[in-house]
Design a protein around this ligand. Sequence first.
Ligand SMILES: NC(=O)c1ccc[n+]([C@@H]2O[C@H](COP(=O)([O-])OP(=O)(O)OC[C@H]3O[C@@H](n4cnc5c(N)ncnc54)[C@H](O)[C@@H]3O)[C@@H](O)[C@H]2O)c1
Ligand SMILES: Cc1c(CN(C)C(=O)CCc2cnc3c(c2)CCC(=O)N3)oc2ccccc12
Length: 263
Amino acid sequence: MGFLSGKKLLITGVLSNRSIAYGIAKACHAQGAELAFSYVGERFKDRITEFAGEFGSKLVFDCDVGDDAQIAKLFSDLSAHWPKFDGFVHAIGYAPREAIAGDFLEGLSREAFRIAHDISAYSFPAMAKAAAPMLNDKASLLTLTYLGAIRTVPNYNTMGLAKASLEASVRYLAESLGPKGIRVNGISAGPIKTLAASGIKGFGKILSVVAETSPIRRNVTIEDVGNVAAFLLSDLAGGVSAEITYVDGGFSQVVGGIAEPAA
Ligand SMILES: NC(=O)c1ccc[n+]([C@@H]2O[C@H](COP(=O)([O-])OP(=O)(O)OC[C@H]3O[C@@H](n4cnc5c(N)ncnc54)[C@H](O)[C@@H]3O)[C@@H](O)[C@H]2O)c1
Ligand SMILES: Cc1c(CN(C)C(=O)CCc2cnc3c(c2)CCC(=O)N3)oc2ccccc12
């Protein structure tokens, strides 16, 4: 009997078996959770249906979080299977490419800023608002953020601003939903080679610097993130809310460039 037995959880953001959301789904399934999935793009339906099958689930829904009607439809369709459920994972992030490369100001535009904040930040409270009437007490909401929200990470640029907003939404959602017994948290994950990381200039360098600098002297994996996510989604974390938990091997706590590189 896993520590998520009896929990019904919606997982967004599974795009490949390297997705952080895939690691989270795997860990939650291993602890006995019942899972549902959302994805974006009809062309991925078969792939996501296959992933869901790996986790004993047939519940897959197409939802572009940039469209309020699709968010509403996601939860009305889900309610046909799950009148009530126990939480969701928001593993969604996007900014136009020019907004996450090169000089911050050169890549800055009102449209790129709007899109980054709409998809990467607004979508989390928007999903929470739509899901709230269906959430059991002791439900748990979780989003994924990055160090670039609080520290300047070269090239992360407008995504850093969106993640700062996302992290603030964790605190305000926790305040709004807490009286209903619902907890809201974030995981700030270290860099992981996923599709969202592909094509990022200098990503390889970021990975190697982190592997050399972080106290655990390695990069984190989607399994590392998945295990902490499963904990935060469970009643074991009943006393944790409005919190950003770092799953980055301690990297964010070390002043770079001073420690001896790993032997
Ligand atoms: N990979 C990393 O280094 C890293 C580190 C810290 C945080 N994160 C965050 O983790 C989360 C998951 O990203 P990932 O690294 O697993 O990459 P990924 O590409 O596997 O997942 C990103 C997901 O966002 C989804 N998405 C994008 N636009 C969407 C939209 N309009 N509607 C619905 N879904 C949409 C994609 O379909 C995809 O499933 C993101 O929030 C990302 O910012 C990633
Ligand atoms: C780490 C790290 C990441 C991974 N990460 C934490 C992320 O949050 C990735 C976010 C992301 C958002 N939008 C897009 C893309 C990635 C690539 C494809 C695209 O067109 N748009 O991205 C970086 C960008 C610059 C510097 C570091 C990083």
